[in-house]
Ligand binder design. Structure first.
Ligand code: ZEM
Length: 271
């Protein structure tokens, strides 16, 4: 049927825009994954507000949240795809782009379903301040992810996405990649967390951690995963077994993208 919504065509179009010579490490993948995460990570299980449904980061209030600095690059990479496939919601496009990017960078297949709707009013944005602050450690990380409804094991799995991408001084104030292969989805984040002796580095007043050669970095919130004994146990599992990490990541990321998403019955029956 010609008017059928062809999500595979959208997936293909996303694959086409992943190579970005001259941008960061040559791939739009990491920043697209971060967009999908920040669109979803505003969810609050107690009030059932926030989450990927709505794509409210299109509005200035949420776009200008300092936590979202740099994500305009991700939204710009995707805009031509939205123009080509106007029937897809931004909320579906942003989350699907994260899923396709992870898969194309060598990561697991993440379950994804369409049906998110875009909100139309700026006052429908979730309150600013729901995303995690990298300067804080285990208590804060737990507070933020428990608010979304995640377990300790899911928290560690999700932060394993720091195997890809980097920090940018002009976005977060932090600087550098977590791994030697920032465009390859892997369990290297966990391997390096455990194998390197991390020392403090001050970047214009921001405290981060560096390896001996000062090539790689960790955030205070990352180091919390090896300080906290319960988190550390899970880090050790994922460092040893990439397959277990990939399985756990796929279900936790799939769950993240579904937070706050409701579908009406007629939409759901088409899936
Ligand atoms: Zn991140 N993340 N993140 N993260 N993140 C950054 C970059 C990326 C935290 C955080 O403060 C930061 C999750 C969890 C947490 C990605 C994915 C996921 C940056 C650097 C910071 C500061 C931003 C910049 O300067 O461009 C904190 C504190 C987290 C939890 C405690 C989860 C969960 C993620 C996905 C599942 C990705 C892919 C990047 C790299 C973006 C890029 O542009 O390269």
């Amino acid at each position: 049927m010609s008017n059928e919504k062809d999500y595979n065509a959208v997936r293909e179009a996303i694959k086409q825009i992943l190579p970005q010579p001259g941008y960061d490490d040559g791939s739009a993948g990491p920043v697209l994954v971060r967009l999908a995460w920040h669109a979803s990570g505003t969810y609050d299980i107690h009030t059932n507000t926030g989450g990927s449904n709505g794509a409210t980061m299109r509005f200035a209030m949420e776009a200008n949240d300092p936590a979202n600095a740099g994500l305009e690059h991700a939204r710009k990479f995707l805009e031509p795809i939205k123009q080509k496939f106007p029937w897809i919601s931004y909320a579906d496009l942003w989350t699907l782009a994260g899923v396709v990017a992870i898969e194309e960078m060598g990561g697991p297949v993440v379950p994804w379903r369409p049906g998110r709707k875009d909100k139309t009013q700026e006052d429908e944005c979730p309150p600013i301040g729901r995303l995690p602050d990298a300067a804080h450690t285990q208590q804060h990380v737990r507070d933020v992810f428990y608010r979304m409804g995640f377990t300790d094991r899911e928290i560690v799995a999700l932060i394993g996405a720091h195997s890809i991408g980097r920090c940018h001084k002009d976005r977060s104030g932090y600087d550098g990649p977590w791994t030697y292969t920032p465009t390859r989805f892997s369990n290297q984040f966990f391997v390096l967390l455990l194998s390197i002796s991390w020392s403090v580095k001050n970047v214009n007043g921001n405290i981060q951690f560096k390896d001996h050669e000062d090539e790689l970095m960790m955030l205070p919130a990352d180091i919390a995963l090896i300080i906290d004994p319960k988190f550390r146990e899970i880090v050790e599992i994922y460092a040893k077994d990439k397959k277990v990490f990939f399985n756990d990541f796929a279900s936790a990321f799939g769950k993240l993208l579904e937070l706050g998403v409701t579908r009406n019955v007629s939409d759901a029956s088409k899936l």
